[in-house]
Design a protein around this ligand. Structure first.
Ligand SMILES: Cc1cc2nc3c(=O)[nH]c(=O)nc-3n(C[C@H](O)[C@H](O)[C@H](O)COP(=O)(O)O)c2cc1C
Length: 197
């Protein structure tokens, strides 16, 4: 059984809702199990990450970057970075914001750089936007055209009503893609931490 941690910060529930959709996607893939972990809960015990084979990192976009609580989580992983203890595992990123763009790309880049500094292997969102093949835009997977990670746009409504069907579908597909990639890579990834000289 491979284990995935979906680590997120969500002040008002929208990013959490998308995290739950990713979880639902992963749950359809046999031999992969996922946990939802709030970034704040990991501040005091970042070593809890060591039991996972892959990480899906998610933050709402605040001023074109990760939220302060998510950044605090990132910074708390410094000792793990120092000894490269997460090296070779998989990572992916997602972000939720209220505007179609809203500079979510910038948030995804922060997550990507964080993953690279930890020696993680990045999994993207390899989906051709389905509206290009005639699917109505609100129902189309990857309608926002983001390949480097998952984007979702939250309207001003409660989390269960804030997303168009296409963004929910994309989130579930994203979970499936990550889980299947993890299974494909299981022989290639080594988890041996390596001391930095
Ligand atoms: C301080 C702050 C900064 C924000 N900056 C952006 C932004 O740069 N782009 C954007 O589209 N939305 C921005 N938003 C809106 C949030 O990304 C949006 O409300 C998101 O759904 C919040 O996620 P949550 O419900 O998981 O907390 C901002 C919200 C706050 C509170």
């Amino acid at each position: 059984m491979k284990k995935v941690a979906i680590i997120y910060h969500s002040a008002h529930g929208h990013t959490e809702f998308i995290a739950e959709q990713i979880l639902a996607g992963i749950a359809t893939v046999p031999s992969v199990q996922a946990d939802l972990l709030q970034a704040q809960a990991l501040l005091k015990e970042p070593d809890a990450l060591l039991e996972y084979d892959g990480f899906i990192l998610g933050s709402s976009t605040y001023f074109g970057g990760v939220s302060a609580p998510f950044k605090a989580f990132m910074d708390a992983t410094g000792p793990l970075w120092r000894h490269q203890r997460l090296r070779g595992r998989l990572a992916a990123g997602f972000s939720v914001s209220s505007l179609a763009s809203g500079d979510k790309q910038s948030t995804l880049l922060s997550l990507f750089v964080f993953a690279m500094q930890h020696g993680l292997l990045w999994v993207g969102n390899p989906v051709l936007p389905e509206q290009l093949n005639g699917v109505p835009e609100n129902e189309a997977a990857n309608r926002l055209g983001s390949w480097s990670g998952l984007m979702a746009q939250a309207e001003k409504a409660s989390p269960g009503h804030a997303f168009v069907p296409g963004d929910i579908k994309t989130a579930r597909m994203f979970g499936v893609t990550f889980a299947k990639t993890l299974l494909r890579m299981q022989d290639a990834t080594g988890h041996q931490g390596q001391e930095v000289a």
